[in-house]
Design a protein around this ligand. Sequence first.
Ligand SMILES: C[S@@+](CC[C@H](N)C(=O)[O-])C[C@H]1O[C@@H](n2cnc3c(N)ncnc32)[C@H](O)[C@@H]1O
Length: 269
Amino acid sequence: MSTASETQYAFHGAVEVDDQLDALETMLDPGTAECLVRLGVPAGARCWEVGAGGGSIARHLLALAGPGGRVVATDLDTSRIAAPGAEILQHDVRWDPAPDGGPFDVIHARWVLMHLPERRRVLSKLVDALAPGGWLVIEESMVTPEGLPVLTSSSPADVELFGRFSRAVVRILADAGADPQWGARDLHAAMAESSLEDVHSIHRTDSWTGGGAGSRLHDIHTRQLREPLCARGFTDSDLDRLQNIVADPRFSAMWYPLVSTCGRKTSRA
Ligand SMILES: C[S@@+](CC[C@H](N)C(=O)[O-])C[C@H]1O[C@@H](n2cnc3c(N)ncnc32)[C@H](O)[C@@H]1O
């Protein structure tokens, strides 16, 4: 079991966080928007965006909930949440009680619980904060330890280096307390066991060409995770080479599918 002091979000205090959040919003927002539209966020909804990052989904919830709605956007680091109209709160979802403004009709967290060793307890807290009939939407990625498949590249050596890099990133996140495979392995069952009904999962995946948002995220990781990558045997020249590979339009690779798992709190008392 990890304790609070052992828990370290891998990107806390990292370089290039603005660029990281921008790239991941570009990659993931279309899938999240589709999922929220399918759920049908009602006008006037009270929403909680957990680990809001750059705030794009808080803005989306504000638009869906309309002028009578309310969106609380929380994060460990609120400095990047750009969501005018939302109530922004510095909050550690592991230890802090649910924010005022609930119970909530929609609670959404993307690429957050995966990073937290306390994810099961956090999940219970989020379920408890739902209003009867309210939806919990947890989005993670279907990460596999085999790393990401390369679709096109200019050389087999590039495929080998990129494969080694993508597998190392998974292990580095796990060393920091993440469970990169929780979305693929446990998320749906954990929500089904959490007194939620109508639990269902949607998977969505895209390929990214060199220079595109998914490739930019790899480029950013070569700098954010430079130290642990070097500790795992990557040299400066490997990392320089990786930056060139993921900027090259001849390169393309899949990203792990986004899994959006939704469940509704029973409306029975
Ligand atoms: C990978 S980013 C995802 C940002 C945003 N959810 C998105 O998908 O665009 C993870 C976010 O979770 C936040 N976070 C990490 N640990 C947290 C915690 N214990 N409580 C609240 N937020 C946390 C980080 O600060 C960061 O903004």
